[in-house]
Design a protein around this ligand. Structure first.
Ligand SMILES: Cc1cc2nc3c(=O)[nH]c(=O)nc-3n(C[C@H](O)[C@H](O)[C@H](O)COP(=O)(O)OP(=O)(O)OC[C@H]3O[C@@H](n4cnc5c(N)ncnc54)[C@H](O)[C@@H]3O)c2cc1C
Length: 411
């Protein structure tokens, strides 16, 4: 128990989980949440999936209702953007010249959308998807718009494409790179996912960018880099995200592809922590700094930082894991799918599950696969446990779907 004044800057996934962890250990410290969004903290994965398809309301995406915050004595300052942080005097500087003082601070400002400039289009003619408000704006447009151009073949663009196609919309996805989800997913899996989209009727154009757009009433004539054109009536860009560092400048706090932390979430400033998408954290297992943009990471990193804000010094050593739902396909990635020496395939079809293991010195460093439904979930989890244990594995066992992976785990 402490009488500390803990402030959390940013109200998303990491923040909500940090609050829960703080209150499970310390019921007496003061806790204040300051967030730019006016909603209670909510989870974002449904925004590109069920919420777009009308299968889930935005309101049901919140982690905890108002009573939770009241009961746990969490002071909420919502709809308040922090302009900058005065680390010397230990206070957040907000709009309207007000401030919030802290003893300990957790920075969970997440990510922000990369913004696209297109010749012939005003910024407000391009939609993005990160927040509830942006999800609602797309849903509103879909009442009257049927031909959608999605710019960017990453996770968000493809999840949107799948949801829109399921709603019966005509969808074109253009991607500047030579494969879908190029930054994160190996080509073998990207190819399988591309086929699924094409079967569903989505037009996918790789190595393509927008050259210019002409607006014709409610429609857009879009000229592509290859010289061909399409006509659409809604344009959505999903061209990646970057850490949201709007309130910070390099100097007082160390920044390098996000707010730099150690394995306990501590930044370069005493009593100041960072977690979730915004944190470039030291990962003891991989002996390097990394920044992850995933639901599970934001949850567990937030919990870890919450504990440490109350006085613990727990190192965060989770094997990364993320998923993406597109139609009936569930894609999963555990660990790292880069810097490997060899690759082993398990399974031959999405029906039974296709999983690629990435190995270095006969040890798994990552696994990535796709299945109809979450079928590969168990093997992906075991791959994560093997990676964490640094266990040598027999590639023949990995490749053989008649052999279970569980016995490979250290006893
Ligand atoms: C549409 C969508 C779908 C996704 N689907 C998946 C998925 O299927 N699987 C998966 O693993 N991951 C998915 N993710 C990623 C996952 O949701 C994020 O990794 C997670 O939300 C990150 O949590 P966070 O708390 O770090 O940041 P966020 O959830 O982004 O929260 C940051 C909060 O800080 C606030 N903030 C920022 N700057 C300031 C400031 N200066 N002042 C005040 N407040 C500020 C923001 O407004 C925001 O509310 C998805 C993300 C999106 C957007």
């Amino acid at each position: 128990m402490t009488d500390k004044n803990i402030v959390i800057l940013g109200g998303g996934q990491a923040a909500a989980n940090a609050i829960k962890a703080i209150r499970s250990l310390d019921q007496s410290c003061r806790v204040t949440l300051v967030s730019e969004e006016s909603s209670l903290p909510y989870e974002r994965p449904p925004l590109s999936k069920k919420c777009i398809r009308g299968e889930k309301t935005l309101g049901s995406c919140v982690f905890f209702d108002q009573d939770f915050y009241k009961e746990h004595k969490i002071e909420l300052q919502l709809g308040r953007k922090v302009e900058s942080v005065d680390f010397h005097n230990r206070k957040l500087l907000l709009d309207q010249h007000s401030s919030v003082a802290f003893d300990r601070l957790l920075i969970t400002t997440g990510s922000k959308n990369r913004v696209l400039a297109v010749d012939g289009l005003a910024p407000e003619q391009i939609h993005y998807l990160r927040t509830m408000a942006e999800s609602q704006a797309i849903v509103d447009q879909l009442q009257t718009r049927n031909r959608v151009l999605v710019i960017g073949g990453g996770f968000i663009g493809l999840e949107l494409a799948a949801s829109l196609r399921t709603l019966g919309k005509w969808v074109t996805v253009i991607e500047a790179g030579s494969q879908l989800m190029g930054r994160a997913i190996p080509p073998e899996i990207a190819g399988i996912v591309q086929e699924r989209h094409e079967q569903a009727g989505v037009a996918i154009q790789l190595n393509t960018t927008v050259s210019r757009v002409t607006t014709n009433g409610a429609t857009y004539d879009v000229e592509m880099s290859g010289g061909h054109s399409i006509t659409c009536d809604l344009i959505i860009a999903g061209i990646g995200i970057e850490p949201n560092l709007d309130a910070f400048e390099e100097g007082p706090i160390r920044i390098d592809n996000g707010i730099v932390t150690d394995e306990c979430g501590r930044t370069s400033i005493d009593g100041v922590y960072a977690a979730g998408d915004v944190a470039s954290f030291y990962h003891p297992l991989y002996d390097t700094h990394m920044r992850l943009e995933s639901w599970k990471h934001a949850q567990n990193h937030g919990i870890n930082a919450g504990k440490n804000l109350t006085g613990e010094s727990a190192a965060y050593n989770e094997v990364p894991w993320m998923w993406s739902d597109q139609y009936d396909y569930v894609l999963q990635l555990s660990g790292l799918a880069r810097g490997y020496e060899s690759c082993v395939k398990r399974g031959d079809s999405p029906e039974e599950g296709i999983l690629y293991f990435y190995l270095s010195s006969d040890r798994i460093i990552g696994a990535c696969g796709v299945s109809i439904g979450p079928k590969i979930g168990r093997d992906i989890r075991i791959a994560g446990m093997l990676a964490r244990a640094g266990q040598e594995v027999d590639p023949d066992v990995l490749a053989d779907t008649n052999q279970k992976l569980q016995p490979l785990l250290p006893q």
